[in-house]
Design a protein around this ligand. Structure first.
Ligand code: MN
Length: 263
């Protein structure tokens, strides 16, 4: 009985230096590790080109138009800007000229639209000054910060994080990105949203409390911004609920319409 055990032990001991040498050979210092599976890179097409914009993070600013801040129950004159994030894969690309089906998300009975101008960064940094901020912008797009308002409100009331109201699948429909060379840095112009042909939100980009440059300054104090980050720059007043079957048309002057149908 003891004999095979002893034999096995001695075999193992003999094999040890060999195994060590093999392990050393298999794992050189410059080993290129491979992921166990691949994940798709989230991208947004760049208008009029075969290129796409790779998205790193989605930042959103809250209450950036005075009348919307008031409708959400806060005082726009005193509040510093605040930010939240959506998961990058919440992006739903909406091609111009198409009506894209947008799934009504689970758990909510009060699903809201918020039309927003989106700024897309080609570079970043920490503590960027507003005066230098716009050189980091690659381009702009029309976007929607879709919101499960009832869940957001419930969590607010309980002083819990309201991520469930904002960070969900398909929660960030976005049109193609227009490079700055085509659209400049839009700081004025009509921004509106209609539901089934009826205008609901109707304002002007110039009514933003914090400009895109100021948003970049403030964000970069809290986070190191990087290429691929996009910023949803806030929605004007008259947000509201949609139901299955509704068609939403989001418009910003100088951009093609973004159209989704809630399904
Ligand atoms: Mn918003």
């Amino acid at each position: 009985m003891a004999k095979p055990k002893k034999k096995a032990k001695s075999k193992k001991a003999k094999a040890k230096p060999k195994a060590k040498a093999a392990a050393k050979k298999a794992a050189p210092k410059t080993a290129a590790f491979r992921t166990v599976f691949n994940l798709p890179q989230v991208t947004v097409p760049i208008f009029g080109s075969d290129q796409t914009f790779p998205v790193r993070r989605i930042y959103c600013i809250g209450r950036n138009y005075a009348a919307h801040a008031r409708e959400m129950g806060s005082d726009p004159t005193r509040e510093p800007p605040f930010f939240f994030q959506k998961p990058t894969d919440a992006i739903q690309y909406v091609a111009p000229g198409k009506t894209v089906n947008h799934p009504y998300p689970p758990l909510t009975k009060n699903y809201h639209y918020e039309i927003e101008l989106v700024a897309a960064l080609k570079s970043g940094g920490k503590n960027i000054k507003a005066a230098d901020a716009l050189k980091h912008v690659y381009g702009y797009a029309v976007g929607l910060d879709m919101t499960r308002r009832d869940l957001q409100s419930q969590m607010k009331d309980q002083k819990k994080p309201w991520e469930i109201g904002k960070g969900f699948d398909y929660g960030a429909p976005i049109g193609p990105i227009f490079p700055v060379s085509k659209v400049g840095h839009p700081s004025k112009g009509a921004i509106s949203l209609s539901v089934n042909g009826e205008v609901k939100q109707n304002a002007d980009l110039s009514q933003m409390i914090w400009s895109v440059a100021e948003q970049i300054e403030k964000l970069s104090e809290a986070f190191e911004l990087k290429a691929g980050d996009i910023i949803l720059s806030g929605t004007p007043e008259n947000v509201g609920a949609v139901v299955k079957g509704d068609t939403l048309v989001a418009k910003i002057e100088g951009f093609p319409d973004l159209t989704i149908k809630i399904v």
